[in-house]
Design a protein around this ligand. Structure first.
Ligand SMILES: [Zn+2]
Length: 256
């Protein structure tokens, strides 16, 4: 991990640095200064978080966006916000079909333009680009979050929802041994309070075959997207060492 950090840090800094310079040269509002690469004028952060379903990327993206003072834009949220305005889109989603690349791209473009006019200093995208056809927006850095697949599956299978209050919990007590070069990992369950304990239900699509299929589809679609950004030197990979309390400080240390 430390080696990985050393390997990626210079690239990361130079990315931020180049972004800062290009922003400055575009706006030409102040002379470039090199002492602080984080202080680069408008749209300093144009980042993407990638990761399998269940990896927790929404949580990490949301925490980081708060820290950096940039919006966390999840394409799933953009689609949900649009549903009341578009009966056609509502129909697509209700039938469980995939929302087209074109619709996602239009919704995102609209959101980014609105943000730019409000003076937002960047964004962290979550859930975009999902396919190679969507990977056309200007991005500085792509953070690919990874978690041991057996742990990821166990975590997905441990998900429970309270049928009364709708809160989510996780009953999986993960204790994965180190093997085949993979690090050992333990995560405590997130157990419900007493009033919810007897009302827990499992989502119909959290069965092992469905979870495995979801991961397979994700991998198949995301690999070309990862390659696309890897070739541009913009992809960094981070192996999550465990659950959120353990991983969050390490992710921060890795990024900043
Ligand atoms: Zn409850």
């Amino acid at each position: 991990m430390a080696a990985l950090t050393r390997l990626f840090k210079p690239q990361f800094s130079s990315l931020l640095f180049h972004r800062s310079l290009s922003t400055l040269s575009q706006t030409n509002s102040s002379p470039p200064h090199t002492d602080d690469p984080n202080d680069g004028g408008s749209r300093s952060f144009q980042w993407v978080f990638l990761g399998s379903p269940g990896v927790g990327k929404g949580t990490y993206a949301s925490r980081l966006s708060t820290l950096l003072g940039v919006p966390h834009i999840a394409t799933g949220d953009l689609v949900r916000q649009e549903l009341p305005l578009s009966p056609q889109l509502d129909e697509v989603v209700n039938q469980g079909k995939l929302v087209s690349d074109e619709i996602i791209f239009n919704l995102l473009s609209k959101r980014l333009e609105a943000g730019e006019s409000r003076g937002e200093s960047g964004f962290i995208l979550d859930g975009f680009p999902r396919t190679i056809r969507q990977a056309v927006t200007e991005i500085d850095l792509v953070v690919n979050l990874k978690l041991r697949e057996d742990v990821l599956i166990e975590k997905c299978l441990g998900r429970r929802i309270c049928s009364e209050c709708g809160k989510g919990f996780n009953v999986a007590a993960i204790d994965a041994k180190a093997e085949n070069g993979l690090p050992g990992m333990s995560m405590p369950p997130l157990l419900p309070p007493q009033q919810c304990a007897s009302k827990l239900i499992t989502r119909a699509d959290d069965t092992e075959p469905v979870v495995r299929e979801r991961l397979r589809v994700y991998k198949e679609k995301s690999e070309p997207v990862e390659d696309y950004y890897r070739k541009q030197g913009k992809l960094i990979e981070f192996d999550l060492p465990g659950g959120i309390p353990e991983s969050w400080p390490k992710l921060l240390e890795f990024l900043i």
